[in-house]
Design a protein around this ligand. Structure first.
Ligand SMILES: Cc1ncc(COP(=O)(O)O)c(C=O)c1O
Length: 390
């Protein structure tokens, strides 16, 4: 390239050093190596055969799918199926993305500019916080309060949100706690956003994986105008391998996000669009979601029973949805990274360290797994704690 073609260095903004996505980096190094992986954040996934069980005709129809690029915003049938999971959406409100990660990233960058202020819930899945820092946003956090069962500290939110705040990011139901915001807490978040005209980016990947009751957790999409609600087939549907996610937002923001994803992924996989449309339309959706909820309910019962035998050295935190929960551990000489590393090295069990998620003295454990596998993993954790507390 001739030197005259290179842009002057000063044309590039001075970004802070790149913040890696530590949680995902660490887990991906070991998740396929360990005997018991209790670090996942979804339920045990479906196989293709389970998805099409009892409906060989639908599976056969996949043979006829032409493998063109998928439409940039997603297959119309899939956008409609996704829209039907909201009270007030239609297909024009939906952009299909590569997982909720792409939806979060495209949403964040569509409605902010480097230098803007954003306020992010903590603890949280690390993605939005790290992506915001790397994109050059001024990032503030507001806490979920461990002393109040990880309820949001609304006074801290009020203090953090200023006239400069462009976006408030929440994770609802939350990763890592599995706690959903109450209707009153949702209303309080909306009040703060409305006060300054901010967007709400609501990561709702765990919507649909409720442990109690049959209803989906209310979405911010149905409650506020300047909102990007994100979701995916990865958790409630047990289909992370599709890499299908979405954003639900106004049609103009769908277009703005689409314009950004054109630089990164263009579109999602055609075959996954067809399979996800099948999985998310009635009546298959009901069967798939019920399977997830059964794994969560049964796994939680195993976990609760086991915690009861641990003599107070582990405590559960309040949980509404998702196949993950936070365990507080009382082993003063260990931090969460040491806990996870030693457990893996000595007992071949993988957990996620709370330090990666903004909650020291906790580990995140996944329990939406077949009972024998889960119980064997828990027994190994007990053996590890016996060694450490002897
Ligand atoms: C809160 C949250 N958001 C987004 C994601 C990414 O999910 P996806 O597979 O939909 O990209 C995860 C995955 O663990 C998550 O826990």
């Amino acid at each position: 390239m001739s030197s005259s073609a290179a842009p002057p260095a000063a044309a590039f903004p001075a970004f802070p050093p790149f913040l890696p996505f530590e949680l995902e980096r660490d887990l991906s190094a070991f998740e396929y190596e360990v005997a018991y992986n209790l670090s996942e954040s979804g339920v045990h996934p479906l196989s293709v055969a389970e998805l099409y069980e009892g409906d060989p005709g639908a599976f056969d129809r996949l043979r006829d799918v032409s493998l063109y690029y998928a439409p940039g915003a997603g297959l119309p049938a899939l956008r409609e199926a996704i829209a039907s999971t909201y009270r007030t959406a239609d297909a024009s409100n939906v952009l299909v993305t590569v997982g909720a990660v792409e939806a979060n990233f495209a949403g964040l960058t569509a409605v902010t500019r480097p230098g803007d202020e954003v306020v992010v819930m903590s603890p949280n899945y690390q993605q939005v916080y790290g992506a915001a820092v790397n994109y050059g946003l001024q990032v503030k956090t507001f806490p979920l309060d461990p002393a109040r069962g990880f309820a949001p500290d609304l006074a801290a939110l009020r203090e953090a949100v200023t006239e400069r705040t462009r976006l408030i990011a929440v994770c609802h139901p939350n990763n890592p706690t599995g706690r959903a915001l109450t209707p009153e807490e949702m209303a309080a978040v909306i009040t703060e956003a409305e006060r300054v005209g901010a967007w709400i980016l609501s990561d709702e990947v765990y919507r649909g994986s409720e442990r109690r009751g049959g209803d989906f957790t209310p979405s911010f999409f149905d409650a506020y105008d300047k909102v990007i609600a994100t979701g995916s087939t990865s958790k409630a549907y047990g289909l992370p391998g599709f890499r299908i996610g979405w954003a639900a937002t106004d049609a103009g923001t769908v277009d703005q996000m689409w314009a950004r994803r054109e630089y990164l992924t263009l579109c999602t996989a055609t075959i996954a669009n067809h399979m996800a449309a099948y999985a998310m339309a009635s009546p298959v959706r009901d069967r798939v979601v019920e399977r997830t909820r059964t794994l969560i309910r049964e796994g939680y019962a195993v976990l609760e029973r086991w915690i009861g035998t641990q003599g107070g050295r582990l405590a559960l935190t309040p949980h509404d949805a998702a196949a993950i929960t936070l365990l507080r551990f009382d082993v003063p000489h260990l931090d969460s990274r040491q806990f996870v590393t030693r457990l893996r090295e000595r007992h071949d069990v993988l957990l996620a360290p709370g330090d990666h998620l903004g909650v020291p003295d906790h580990v995140r454990l996944s329990f939406g797994l077949p009972e024998d596998y889960l119980q064997a993993g828990l027994d190994r954790i007990a053996a590890f704690l016996d060694e450490e507390t002897r």
